[in-house]
Design a protein around this ligand. Structure first.
Ligand code: SF4
Ligand code: SF4
Length: 103
């Protein structure tokens, strides 16, 4: 079983609606306020390509609250081997979230 530090956030871009609920849940859980800028999961909108790119900050502690509240079930934490399998399956739209460094 993977330890917390080995988890990978996998995003199914086909399911992600860009609603931003994950950002609100994280900022409330970690900072006690609804402020997407303080969230450790961020949804970057690429309007030109009409896609939402979900990223995870290195400060994320894998509490999974964002996963629990993502109603379309677009995000999940998996072990690195599971992430590799998902990547190998090459399902378009499913990818490990880019990791952001602490600002
Ligand atoms: S990952 Fe889930 S909660 Fe976050 S923006 Fe996408 S659909 Fe909404
Ligand atoms: S798992 Fe990470 S990004 Fe999600 S709510 Fe917890 S700290 Fe925030």
């Amino acid at each position: 079983m993977a330890t917390d530090t080995e988890k990978v956030l996998i995003v199914d871009a086909d399911k992600c609606t860009g609603c931003g609920v994950c950002e609100l849940v994280c900022s409330m859980a970690k900072h006690g306020e609804y402020n997407p800028k303080k969230s450790y999961i961020r949804v970057m909108k690429n309007r030109e390509m009409s896609v939402d790119i979900v990223t995870r900050d290195v400060r994320c502690d894998f509490c999974s609250k964002c996963v629990d509240w993502c109603l379309p079930r677009a995000i999940q934490f998996v072990s690195p081997p599971e992430a590799a399998v998902i990547r190998k399956q090459n399902k378009i739209g499913m990818f490990p979230a880019p990791l952001l460094s602490e600002a």
